[in-house]
Design a protein around this ligand. Structure first.
Ligand code: TXA
Ligand code: MG
Length: 329
């Protein structure tokens, strides 16, 4: 992959996308690896570059609600209201798909996940290419999602394509995915948009695991992040976590990934300070995991997290996956 920037970068990237190539680009959540969502050949290049299982569908990015309607076989009143309220932003809507959407992008399903990203470079790229762009997170399959162009290059340097460098992604966890293709909206993946905010518009959401959503969420069966270091997740309040770590873990081989209140009490340990709240934790989580994997001499990461409001739910979900909980394959 070659790094490009600015207006010239956007022009070159758009031309490559129109020719069926792949381009990594910044969004407000994480970097995506994009290709023409109407071309099976182009979309297959994404799966090949990432090493992604072909039965896990991709999110298709559009410049506006009009672009989403062109991909949807049915655009419900709920889809309309959610898009009007939260786009551009970190919300993906799963809707019935028109057949023009590349089957590879849908993993053969009759639905498609669509979202309009809230990032000036992503929007300019979408308009310059004048194509819907299928784009999963731009990591090698099984690695933490990239929040910088450097992280994209760490994983995908050998792939044939471009990376449009727009600096760090602000939110740091992926979009919230909601299935609105049936009468009952289902939260398929917690993400950058908090569940509480969504429910103000959508009413109460079912969760995968309530039964209704399970077969419709193909990506959920994969362990999204398989760390090279084992992750132990402690769902504890600061005082209890600090006590537990001091008693049971050796500072020589254990790193602590936690919010400031815990980190500051454990300066003998290496680790990552996730900041004061769920937003700062989301922003620093994936980069923190990547950094700890490079630290010599560690045998484990102990993560401390208990907040499930707002972006806290997404942080908890990604840490559970990193700890190997709840995956089936
Ligand atoms: O923030 C994000 O969403 C980032 C940026 C690049 O936009 N993209 C991203 O894509 O996280 P990816 O491929 O890593 O995750 C897509 C998720 C997967 O869990 C997948 O299973 C689900 O969305 N998904 C996509 N299309 C779907 C569909 N038709 N039905 C059910 N789930 C779908
Ligand atoms: Mg991903």
């Amino acid at each position: 992959m070659r790094r490009v920037v600015g207006e010239d970068g956007i022009r070159e990237a758009a031309a490559l996308l129109c020719a069926g190539g792949i381009v990594a680009f910044p969004t407000e959540t994480v970097y995506g690896l994009g290709a023409d969502a109407l071309s099976d050949t182009a979309v297959r290049r994404i799966f090949a570059a990432k090493g992604r299982p072909s039965d896990n569908p991709l999110i298709v990015h559009v410049a506006d609600q009009e672009g989403a309607r062109r991909l949807a076989r049915r655009w419900s009143d709920l889809a309309e209201r959610l898009a009007a309220r939260f786009w551009p932003g970190p919300l993906t809507l799963v809707v019935p798909a028109r057949p023009e959407v590349a089957s590879a992008a849908r993993a053969g399903l009759d639905t498609v996940g669509v979202r309009c990203p809230n990032h000036p470079l992503a929007l300019r790229l979408l308009r310059a290419a004048a194509l819907p762009l299928a784009a999963p997170s731009a990591n090698r399959s099984g690695r933490p999602s990239p929040t910088t162009a450097e992280a994209v290059l760490e994983d995908l340097a050998g792939a044939d394509g471009l990376v449009l460098d727009g600096g760090p992604s602000g939110i740091g966890v992926e979009s919230t995915v909601v299935d609105v293709s049936t009468g009952m909206p289902v939260l398929l993946r917690p993400g950058g948009l908090g569940r509480e905010e969504l429910e103000v518009v959508a009413g109460p959401l079912l969760s995968v695991g309530d039964g209704a959503g399970a077969p419709r969420a193909p990506g959920m069966k994969y362990r999204h992040y398989a760390p090279t270091l084992p992750v132990r997740l402690l769902r504890l309040q600061p005082e209890a976590a600090i006590e537990m770590i001091r008693t049971h873990f050796d500072p020589a081989d254990t790193a602590v990934l936690a919010a400031t209140a815990v980190r500051q009490a454990l300066t003998a340990y290496r680790g990552v300070d996730l900041g004061p709240d769920a937003d700062s934790a989301a922003a620093g989580l994936f980069e923190g995991l990547r950094r700890l994997e490079r630290e010599p001499g560690l045998v484990r990461i102990v993560a401390v997290w208990s907040e499930t409001r707002g972006r806290g739910l997404a942080v908890m979900n990604r840490l559970e996956k990193a700890a190997g909980e709840g995956h089936h394959v």
